[in-house]
Design a protein around this ligand. Sequence first.
Ligand SMILES: Nc1ncnc2c1ncn2[C@@H]1O[C@H](COP(=O)(O)OP(=O)(O)OP(=O)(O)O)[C@@H](O)[C@H]1O
Ligand SMILES: Nc1ncnc2c1ncn2[C@@H]1O[C@H](COP(=O)(O)OP(=O)(O)OP(=O)(O)O)[C@@H](O)[C@H]1O
Ligand SMILES: [Mg+2]
Ligand SMILES: [Mg+2]
Lengths: 225, 225
Amino acid sequence: MIKTEALSKHYHIGDTIVKALDNVTLHIPAHSFVSIVGPSGSGKSTLMNLLGCLDTPTSGRYLLDGMEVSNMSDNQLAEIRNRKIGFVFQGFNLVPKLTALENVELPLIYSGVSKKERRSLAAEALEKVGLTDRSSHLPSELSGGQQQRVAIARALVTRPPIILADEPTGNLDSHSGRDILKLFQKLHEMGNTIVLITHDEYIAGQAQRIIRILDGQIVDDVEVG
Amino acid sequence: MIKTEALSKHYHIGDTIVKALDNVTLHIPAHSFVSIVGPSGSGKSTLMNLLGCLDTPTSGRYLLDGMEVSNMSDNQLAEIRNRKIGFVFQGFNLVPKLTALENVELPLIYSGVSKKERRSLAAEALEKVGLTDRSSHLPSELSGGQQQRVAIARALVTRPPIILADEPTGNLDSHSGRDILKLFQKLHEMGNTIVLITHDEYIAGQAQRIIRILDGQIVDDVEVG
Ligand SMILES: Nc1ncnc2c1ncn2[C@@H]1O[C@H](COP(=O)(O)OP(=O)(O)OP(=O)(O)O)[C@@H](O)[C@H]1O
Ligand SMILES: Nc1ncnc2c1ncn2[C@@H]1O[C@H](COP(=O)(O)OP(=O)(O)OP(=O)(O)O)[C@@H](O)[C@H]1O
Ligand SMILES: [Mg+2]
Ligand SMILES: [Mg+2]
């Protein structure tokens, strides 16, 4: 399902080259539950952005369901992101002018679902993250952890086959964090592929497999679950 | 140093009233190291914003160093924020167009320090959070945890007597998180007052005192250190 070959991402700042990702070769089969761990600045979000087709590599290949992503048009990439991938961003990326409910509805707009059905699915997703009574709040009227949970609900509302979650519990108390983990585990049991970046050792250990990144490279890859 | 009496903050959303903070009476003496814990949405950031003079209460009083904050003019409030309080925001609030170094310099601009001295103090603060080689990066060119560390460096650069830190390690691996904790502990030994909101049980336990918040109210307040 997810296959990278010597994937690299370099940035140029002045005369320096920052090797955010350096020759990463990785295979994540469908229906896996994988944690990605590593120090701050080690390349985890960079990897996720490439896997989520939100960014293009400097070199190397990325094959998603057997198709070479670098060969795709912008339209094809947008369609893949909408149909195949749910993304929880480290910085949430909620739309400031939309309420929590409207933010969660957004991915459904592309899927041709009726407005009534959209509202109902979005309400259900918000309920799963414990935010029913915050549906009409704007992001600025929500706590940090509530914004994070809206971002999670939005990533899950279309039940996409692949869920990429970048530090989904960083702003949550451990109780709320474990509720979110149970959500991901349930989706995994129902067949979704989950790739979860986390700094939380407990949450990382609940996956089937832990991939460790350091200075843009994979340094460890172990089956645990 | 910090004294609140029946401090409340209510929001109106449609017909509902959200009691973000509800009758909080609190005394934090100078030179304390206090953790504030509680579930997502319980009122921690709301309390911090009031203590940091970034917001005004719906009712109740806040006395900072014996002075009633609600009686102050905007100019007086701005001066207090610049001279007395260093703030690490849950959402970082870095200036997008400024480099890491320039962001950290910002609080020094008000303090009448020369440009050369500003650069040197800001560089020193960035070094303390391990980001010397990211000084010229813009926030968008930094990882989530690196942005968080720039926000921490900025809060500390003027050595303000009171440091309010809202989830300063939420995006950091445990190693980086403990480096940040040591930073705060060192400042505390040097006489600063530290108020730290955290979801991390280990970090919370390293303070002298843990205040627990639930549904906008203080439900527990224990000396631990
Ligand atoms: N502008 C606003 N309008 C309405 N409700 C608000 C507003 N700002 C915050 N709230 C509500 O007030 C409550 C407390 O928010 P606060 O940000 O203080 O929580 P918190 O304890 O910091 O949570 P977290 O751990 O998730 O950061 C939340 O339930 C939130 O939805
Ligand atoms: N646009 C950019 N230009 C230059 N360097 C960048 C850019 N974006 C990211 N970097 C650098 O690439 C490295 C990897 O960043 P990335 O965001 O992937 O780290 P991360 O593992 O997600 O870290 P964190 O745990 O702090 O979120 C970092 O050192 C960062 O400074
Ligand atoms: Mg990251
Ligand atoms: Mg908060």
